[in-house]
Structure formats: C-alpha cells, structure tokens
Write a protein that binds this ligand. Structure first.
Ligand code: NDP
Length: 232
C-alpha cells in the first residue's frame, strides 16, 4: 500500500511540482487547496491552513477517503512584504498565522496517525530568509525562522516513534510568489546566487522526495538555494 502524502498549497508553484514528483515516486498524493481543486487529476481536499477548523476537517476527510497521512509537506505560504515601520498588524498576523501557526497545527494533527503507525515524515517548507534575514520581510522571515525551532523541537519529541521532522529552505524559486518582485530586486538577488540562476519548482520537489525517503535525517535544515545562504 502506498504512503499517503498531503501537500498543502499543492495547487500551484512549489506545492504542485512537489505533488507531481511524489505521485511519480509512488505516493498516494492528496493536495490541500483553498478552493478544493487542483490540476492534473490530483486528489484534493479543501484546506485553508490559517484556520484550525479547516485543518481538522481536511484530515478527517483524508482519513475517511484514503487513510492515515504518512507524509506531510507543509508548503502553503504567503508574503506580505513591507518595511516594519509601515507594516500593519494584519500583515504581521496573517503571515505568522499562515506560515508558522498553520504549519505547527498541521503537524500536530498529522501526528495523531503517525504516532499510531510509529512512522511518519513531516517536512516544513521554510526559506533561506529565515536564517539570512531579508529587509522588508520581518514578518515572513520570522515565520520561516520559527519553523526551524518548531521542527527541531518536534524532532526531539517524536524521534523515538520513527517520525522525522525537517525543513527545506529554498532560495529564490520561479513561481507566482517571486514573479511579483520588480526587476531591480530580482537582479539584486541573482547577483548573490553562486549558481547564477533561480531555482525551478521541480528542484525543490526533488529535495522533498529525497527527504521523504531519508530514514536517518531529522531536525535538519536543507538549503536548496544555489548557494545564496551558505555560511549561516
Ligand atoms: P505561490 O505563491 O506560487 O503558491 C502559494 C501556495 O500556497 C498556493 O497554492 C496558495 O493557494 C497556498 N496558500 C496560501 N495561503 C494558504 C492558506 N491559508 N491555506 C491554504 N493554502 C494557502 O508560492 P510558492 O510555490 O513560491 O511557495 C510555496 C512555499 O515555498 C511557501 O511556503 C513559500 O514561502 C516557500 N518559498 C518560496 C520561495 C520562492 O522563491 N518562490 C522561496 C522560499 C520559500 P491559493 O492558490 O489558494 O492562493
């Protein structure tokens, strides 16, 4: 029987590439999407990660239709960029709620089945900026840095149950999220990437697939950033 993988925000960008990659590798993939829809014939569940009720309902739905989630990829995320002096309470709260609290709540709900199964993989999609910092992204970088502390703490809590918890820290990936940045910002970032190019979503997906099959890696932060953040 194939492992059930839940990929949040799997309807586009890095999440969609990950869902397709995991399907290729033989997982039974369920995409969590706010609209309840996803392309390419993927199985989906309606899921808004900023809502605790929605998280519980989505897992109940997956468990009744497919079974226990064995691999959680907490990928859904948002940015609300701006200098902190001008950042609204809403922009702080929304980013922390979606990117950090949402991922922690997803992991908590996924653990129910994983503890019983004495096996599981939890992968948080963080960001290079969590450790590097990024002007204009205090809210986002704080949320992504928080995922590292959450993953490492949870890795210690559940390691003895055969469950691993890791963070992937992408650099600059060509998706809708980065398409909205202006050319000067994009050029500035490119100048700091030793590999001299941005990542494609499939390159993050490959790393998720690798971590999902790795039995002796936990509490790790795996950079997939072309060298942008090396040294931190
Ligand atoms: P996109 O903006 O292309 O896609 C974001 C995805 O997250 C969409 O599927 C979106 O759903 C979903 N989403 C957002 N909010 C919620 C929510 N409340 N509930 C459920 N789903 C939600 O982003 P990327 O693919 O670029 O990013 C994916 C992850 O990778 C994010 O966590 C991001 O922070 C991280 N990342 C991205 C980098 C990049 O350069 N692109 C770099 C480093 C990290 P919907 O379609 O409904 O909006």
């Amino acid at each position: 029987m194939s492992t059930i993988a839940l990929v949040t925000g799997g309807n586009r960008g890095i999440g969609l590439a990950t869902a397709l990659r995991l399907r290729e590798s033989g997982y039974q993939v369920v995409v969590g999407s706010r609209s309840g829809e996803a392309p390419d014939g993927l199985d989906t569940v309606r899921l808004d990660v900023s809502s605790p009720e929605s998280i519980n309902a989505a897992f109940d739905d997956i468990e009744s239709r497919f079974g226990t989630v064995g691999l959680l990829v907490a990928n859904a995320g948002i940015t609300r960029d701006g200098l902190l002096m001008r950042m609204s309470d809403e922009d702080i709260d929304d980013v922390l709620q979606t990117n950090l609290a949402g991922s922690i709540r997803l992991a908590r709900r996924a653990l129910k089945g994983m503890i019983r199964a004495r096996a599981g993989r939890i992968i948080f999609v963080g960001s290079v900026v969590g450790l590097l910092g990024s002007g204009g992204q205090v809210n986002y970088a704080a949320a992504k840095a928080g995922l590292v502390g959450a993953a490492r703490s949870l890795a210690r809590e559940v390691g003895s149950r055969g469950i691993t918890v890791n963070v992937i820290a992408p650099g600059f990936v060509e998706t809708d999220m980065t398409a909205e940045l202006d050319d000067a910002v994009r050029a500035g970032i490119l100048g700091g990437i030793p590999l001299g190019r941005y990542a494609q979503p499939a390159e993050i997906a490959d790393t998720v697939d690798f971590l999902a099959s790795a039995s002796y890696i936990t509490g790790a932060v795996i950079p997939v950033d072309g060298g942008l953040g090396m040294g931190h």
